[in-house]
Write a protein that binds this ligand. Sequence first.
Ligand code: UDP
Length: 480
Amino acid sequence: METRKQTHVAILTSPGMGHIIPSLELGKSLVSQHDLKVTLFIPTTSKSPQSSTLHNNQDGLNVINLPPVDITHLVAGETSLVVRITTIVRESLASLRSIIETSQQTPTVLIIDLFSTDALDIADEFKMSKYMFSTSNMSAYAFLAYLPKIKRVKNNNDLVSRLTELVHVPGCKPIRVGLLADPNTGSYGCMLRHVTRFKELSGVLLNTFEDLEQETYRALIDDEIAELIPTPSVYPVGPIIKPTVGPSKNQAIHCLSWLDNQPNGSVLFVSFGSGGSLSSEQVTELAFGLELSQQRFIWVVRNPIDFVLPSSYYLDAGNTKEIDPSDFFPDGFLARTQQVGLVLPNWAPQVEILSHASVGCFLSHCGWNSTLESILNGVPMIPWPLFADQHLNATLLSDDIKVAARTQIPPGKEVIRREEIKRMIRLVMEEGDEEGQNLRRRAKELKTSALRAISIGGSSYNSLCQLVEKWNTESDSVQL
Ligand code: UDP
């Protein structure tokens, strides 16, 4: 009997760990659970330490680091992150094209991400079906899909520039979009160009699950609303997150042995994602806030950044540059907190930490991967958004999903003072506080529903199966 050839799917991520990690995990699950042949393409620059740590075969997934491109002419702090990411992807397309052209089995599906829409031309050239994997949530996606329509309103009277005001996307709960598409920055035109191409896609995979964002999901699949929000079919397939490493490797990690010696639920984990950073003054206030809260903590720190954007380390994530936190911490902070706190420079095994029973709360920048990792481990959050979709995520988590404390972190340079930091931490960490109890209960509920969504027969599992079936049918018809 003739056996069918495996469907070949290409995934083109954009640089940045927040995009590479979920794309890698999506690829691995398409290989291991759905028997597809998958190649993940990662654009790189000579300064991309993140992807150089990836092996080219990850559980059967073929990983190709595209040759490094040079964007040194685009200065961080002067050129927006979105423009720099888009440029890296665009400059990498010639290499992508030549690899696809010479590949033994041309992929029949191309999955891009938000910042790699320029690759849709390559998909057309090679007659590949076009999909996008959105590594943020459904509310952010709905807003972006609606953005071309908002622009028309903006011309009349500036709807999106009022960053802290509510935006009404048809059928969805009003959201505060924060810095996601700020018309006062260089990223706006670039973002608009990407989202205008959504209409060329056959579908959008979203790293979220139906139960988490029911109202938005209903809006996006409603025929009448579809007239108002120009979107292709959406497929919530998440949470797709990095798995924890096995126990033997875990034992070697010092912070995990430290956690083993702390009481259950007693540790606050503080981290600002793969590239977030704070100003010197903010680091000082956070240090005092932690100390005043008298809670146990693990804090992932980076050198403070004072005069450039909080996203400046983003494309540099995972770098191993030595830092000495005593250079920028308040005098005596490390000595005074050494019994209760652990400071980790630059990078930490985040998923392993969040899955440890001693962790009781995550003070997070609310990057969407960090959020999903917190949810899948039943850990409530304190939101501290910095850039991109993070303000939107923070308000979604506090006001709608109700797994994060309600805080007032403005999308600006205002410094959050130590008393407020102490208040936020105590509210979630202290046993007696009712708001904290509600958050902990909600976190446990969400963990259960997230696990249900990705189990066999769950909504996200079924969505992915539906897509794979479609891709297999299309691929078979090409091979006939
Ligand atoms: N991450 C990590 N260790 C760190 C910082 C980040 O493993 O010290 C991982 C984290 O687990 C997540 C990703 O990097 O998977 C960050 O993605 P997210 O969307 O949360 O934020 P971004 O870095 O894109 O702002």
